[in-house]
Design a protein around this ligand. Structure first.
Ligand code: HEC
Length: 145
């Protein structure tokens, strides 16, 4: 009798952990009103590989003094709108990321607003970044100055 009880307890524990695990995976965003789907994150990752990885590297760490990091970047965390502007329209103004100066050129990405949302939600939630998420409206509102 006791053994059967034990088996039941194990079975239930297994069920609970299995369900908990899959729920966690889906909820990547810190912003509870927006849930990023794994599918969108994968699309963002493939855009990143095609359009950003050459300079910012697979690790998101960039190349010191030439290409700034996106992983653990204080600039990205604190200047989100400006960051989107830079990727949308290109940038060659001097900026400081994690205390290091950068003044090289990032060409305009040529991505659509929809693709910018995907790639930003990927970089905001990769390599340990936990910087929330953005919406299409936010990207659309960023117009050339
Ligand atoms: C040709 C190299 C190159 C490519 C490709 C490139 N970047 Fe950049 N990126 C740079 C440089 C250089 C800067 C700094 C620009 C400056 O000094 O004005 C920068 C700055 C940034 C910043 C703000 C600074 C920071 O590190 O937080 C973000 C965010 C960013 N890039 C994201 C992207 C994304 C997303 C893509 C792909 C869609 C991309 N970049 C493609 C070179 C590149």
């Amino acid at each position: 009798m006791k053994i059967i009880n034990l088996i039941f307890v194990c079975f239930f524990l297994l069920l609970i952990t299995a369900c908990g695990g899959s729920e966690k995976k889906k909820d990547v965003s810190t912003d509870e009103s927006i849930n990023l789907s794994e599918k969108d994150l994968e699309k963002g990752a493939s855009l990143y590989r095609a359009k950003c990885m050459n300079c910012h590297m697979k690790s998101g760490k960039g190349i010191e003094k030439f290409y700034p990091p996106l992983a653990d970047s204080d600039y990205l965390r604190e200047n989100l709108e400006e960051s989107i502007y830079m990727v949308k329209y290109g940038s060659n103004k001097p900026i400081k990321v994690n205390g290091i100066k950068y003044n090289s050129l990032m060409p305009a990405s040529g991505l659509t607003d929809e693709e910018l949302v995907l790639v930003f939600n990927y970089i905001l939630n990769s390599w340990g970044n936990d910087y929330g998420s953005i919406t299409l409206e936010q990207v659309k509102d960023i117009k050339r100055k």
